[in-house]
Design a protein around this ligand. Structure first.
Ligand SMILES: C[S@@+](CC[C@H](N)C(=O)[O-])C[C@H]1O[C@@H](n2cnc3c(N)ncnc32)[C@H](O)[C@@H]1O
Length: 191
């Protein structure tokens, strides 16, 4: 399904550091469980608020966004040397199968969620790799973020991930957001 794409004219609002109160970089790292050599993607990277601190702890980050204007905004702020800006829709990622050691997506799942997008995430993630999703929850108050009828709750998101052949070892609902850790089965089909 997926709902409207965040307006690039409002990109500056994404740079507000108080947004880390909803999800810290430490939380993303803890859920991703990758080492400093890992190649990961930030799916729907926007202005790079999360991308740059993630880049400080891994080998390479692909910052994937469908809107070139978001990358322009990120370039103006400064892009770390180990971040590659990729203009692409998540339904058609320009990566080889199994290319990524992990991926995150913050506050974007409601904009891209579809069986095709999750199948594409599954294709590019290596066996055993994790996909960490943090987004506004349909079970939340609606005081911040998109309208609640444009969101998913953790149960709906987990169902979509299971349909795409991910396992979901961890899922947390908070007041307004969910955090889901999904995982690609390893080569032996173990979860
Ligand atoms: C609400 S912003 C969040 C940006 C960033 N993740 C953050 O937390 O600051 C959502 C971003 O996802 C991008 N986006 C939405 N749908 C997408 C898709 N199908 N493929 C790639 N990027 C997408 C939008 O262009 C926008 O920059």
């Amino acid at each position: 399904m997926g709902f409207h794409t965040f307006d690039a004219d409002r990109a500056a609002r994404l740079d507000d550091p108080t947004r880390f109160e909803h999800c810290s970089v430490e939380e993303l790292f803890g859920a991703l469980a990758v080492d400093e050599t890992a190649t990961i993607a930030d799916l729907g990277s926007g202005t790079g608020l999360y991308t740059s601190p993630l880049a400080a702890g891994v080998g390479h980050v692909y910052a994937v966004d469908v809107q070139p204007a978001m990358h322009d905004h990120y370039r103006e702020a400064g892009v770390p040397a180990n971040v590659g800006l990729v203009t692409a829709d998540i339904t058609g990622l320009p990566f080889a199968a199994d290319a990524l050691d992990g991926a995150v997506s913050t506050f974007t799942f409601h904009e891209f969620a579809s069986p095709d997008a999750l199948a594409e995430c599954r294709r590019v993630l290596a066996p055993g790799a994790r996909l960490v999703l943090v987004d506004w929850s349909a079970a939340g108050t609606g005081e911040g973020g998109p309208p609640t009828d444009e969101r998913y709750d953790a149960a709906d998101a987990t169902g979509l991930l299971a349909d795409a052949d991910f396992t979901v070892p961890a899922s947390t609902e908070r007041r307004d957001t969910f955090t889901i850790t999904a995982r690609v089965p390893d080569r032996q089909g173990q979860n």
